[in-house]
Design a protein around this ligand. Sequence first.
Ligand SMILES: Cc1ncc(C[n+]2csc(CCOP(=O)(O)OP(=O)(O)O)c2C)c(N)n1
Ligand SMILES: [Mg+2]
Length: 417
Amino acid sequence: MASFAKAVLRPVAGASRGAVLSRSALPSAARFVHMTADSTSLASPTSIHDIKPTETFTTQLSPESFKAHLLSEDQLPSLEVETSKEHLVKLYEEMVKMRRMEMAADQLYKQKLIRGFCHLAIGQEAVAVGMESGMKPSDKLITAYRCHPYTVQRGGTIKSVIAELFGREAGISKGKGGSMHMFTPTFFGGNGIVGAQVPVGAGIAFAQQYMNTQDAVFSMYGDGASNQGQVFEAFNMAKLWNLPCVFVCENNKYGMGTSAERSSMNTKYFTRGDVIPGLQVNGMDVLAVHQATEWASKYTLAGNGPLILEMVTYRYGGHSLSDPGTTYRTRDEIASMRSSSDPIQGLKTKILEWSVTDEGSLKKIDKAAKEEVDQAVEEAKQSPEPAVKDLWTDIYYKGTEPDWMRGREKEEIHRYR
Ligand SMILES: Cc1ncc(C[n+]2csc(CCOP(=O)(O)OP(=O)(O)O)c2C)c(N)n1
Ligand SMILES: [Mg+2]
């Protein structure tokens, strides 16, 4: 047995560290859509100076926004995106709020007001905001632990997220879940076990099909989770049963301290569903994410079965707040992503270039977002901790509780009836 293990573990000739690294030296264009956040142009009309805030107009995404797997040209999402001034400003405002909220969480963690695990999505705002913009409100979403922006986008409030991080009663899970355990009626969490949410998402999609809701399910996971067996089991069942499930790989290039190139034999995550079609999306351009998501919901609900979307994005901070995030990648890499691909800056450039609004109005939005987050933090601080008796509530669906339940010790028993 030991010699078998040794034989298996012995490095194969040629598969040295050098060989692995040389793969990452491939030109990135060969593997990825581009990640610029400001490559969209105005299509029609070519000047929107005089049009009303709610009037629609057409923008043109760069052809480098998408890459397809097993999808013909006529099936792909259009590069022409219908939008309005109001829509663009709303996307900007939401991304700014999400970043402010995450920056506040970072500070509050450092002040020890937030304890435990805390994973932030700074840099990835275009994915959560663009997906919400493209999804139907009744579509369903499930993700992993990097979940704060999704919670707010799917109907939670900033105060309910911050209060949850504090473990206070005003939290979205009444302060009993903390980070990673946040839900809304169309958002199934917030899941701490890497990859576990993928088959759960397929199950939610099965429920939509069974109940004929005409809602799509977006089941999200990371590049790090992508190699798990259960991900492929979920793919298999979803395709076999033609479920309305969109698997979304949020490829932020790292799983903890391991780069995608070091963990995955194939980093084209959109191609890894075998016979399931896939689309790689520039996840730094909120309009590309919006377009791909809206298209994906319609595609899967038209009876075409599951789909894989790969959102190519980047996390600026560490994996969690206990990781400085600079030991496995260079500071230059982070600085270069921030300066060349930032989703908020990218949209801001377009908003100003197209005269959607002026710099002063955007500054007001930035200021209002900061004030909203500051106020949410203050209100969350005022909220009490949950009462001890509430340790026994919200465990079972109302009416399905057992007669009694044991606590941490044998003697600690709570009687429901
Ligand atoms: C089953 C399981 N294995 C390992 C872990 C530890 N772990 C937490 S996050 C993570 C990396 C996941 O990376 P990725 O899927 O790329 O998501 P990201 O953090 O980049 O959003 C690991 C290995 C876990 N939480 N659950
Ligand atoms: Mg990752």
